[in-house]
Design a protein around this ligand. Structure first.
Ligand SMILES: [Zn+2]
Length: 317
């Protein structure tokens, strides 16, 4: 894991949702990322969670304690004797009626005390809970690169349904996530710097750390811009025009489905200006609308997401 990812996680440990609904959502996602269930001879259930990140262990512990004050927990540290191998932390909630009841509330156990794949959707109705869930998923199985390298943020899990859920939640929050698989695990990823910044901001990463990401990104962008100017001004222009063409197609789809008038005001305004200026770059659109480039990016993405949903026929708004 990159040191930037560790920094992000250390910070996220201190972010707690205000409401119990959000705490449950975050705990559920964290447990889905790597908990195993144990039980004793009285058929009480317990939870085991192993992580190499001390911050994540602390977060699990604090979420368990705030959800069920009486829960009995144990933490053990296995120190690695080998160089460059991490310590591992194991958090256990001892099998007990309290632990069983939280597992039941989370949907991990069905009414008959059988292990259940769970129905996390039930407590993911509100945006606050969706965000808390993504924070838990990121803490439990996420990573992000410092932007000197490639822009990349990912969630990794072996559970297909959980992976689909993370993907859908990202889309519901207008984050352009993709999914792929690699040797028995599923990877949900973000590759655009704007989207990565937005997700990190949403789940509670503070501005200082985001600015660090952004300034590294700006340096990289300036370097890239210079290269682009020298190498391929025409190619760039062509790309702008192609992108604008796709955006206009999206707007037309939205119009065909009669959803254009329902668009939020700022999004509709952006669509209008895009239609009137098919040759303009996003920076020029931002100038025309007197707003930031990232605001334009965000609105263009909303149009794209909506058009995609309409094409797929699963639009609900
Ligand atoms: Zn909530």
């Amino acid at each position: 894991m990159s040191s930037f990812a560790s920094q992000v996680k250390n910070e996220l440990v201190h972010v707690l949702g205000d409401q119990i609904c959000c705490k449950m959502a975050e705990l559920a996602a964290l447990l889905r990322m790597g908990a195993t269930i144990s039980f004793n001879s009285k058929h009480d259930f317990g939870i085991n969670f192993v992580t190499e990140n001390a911050a994540v262990a602390r977060k699990i512990l604090s979420l368990l304690k705030t959800s069920v004050p009486k829960i009995h927990t144990e933490v053990t540290v296995r120190r690695s004797r080998r160089l460059r191998k991490h310590n591992s932390y194991s958090v256990r909630a001892i099998p007990s009626p309290e632990t069983s009841s939280i597992l039941k509330q989370l949907g991990f156990l069905s009414a008959k005390n059988l292990l259940d794949a769970g129905t996390d959707r039930n407590f993911l109705q509100k945006d606050c809970c969706k965000i808390a869930y993504l924070r838990g998923a990121f803490l439990g199985g996420g990573s992000v690169n410092r932007p000197e390298g490639q822009y990349h943020l990912e969630f990794v899990t072996g559970n297909y349904n959980f992976a689909r859920l993370i993907l859908n939640l990202c889309h519901e929050l207008y984050l352009p996530a993709g999914i792929t698989d690699r040797k028995k695990v599923y990877i949900i990823y973000l590759k655009e710097s704007e989207a990565i910044l937005e997700l990190l901001g949403l789940i509670g990463v503070e501005d200082d750390l985001l600015q660090e990401f952004e300034s590294a990104r700006n340096l990289k962008e300036i370097r890239n811009q210079v290269n682009r100017l020298i190498n391929c001004e025409t190619a760039n222009l062509q790309r702008t025009i192609n992108a604008a063409g796709r955006q206009i197609d999206n707007i037309k789809i939205i119009q065909q489905y009669d959803k254009y008038d329902n668009l939020p005001k700022a999004v509709k305004q952006t669509a209008q200006v895009r239609m009137n200026h098919p040759e303009a770059s996003l920076a020029e659109l931002a100038e025309l609308l007197n707003c930031s480039r990232s605001a334009i990016n965000h609105r263009i993405r909303k149009l794209e997401v909506l058009a995609e949903q309409l094409k797929k026929g699963d639009a609900t708004r």
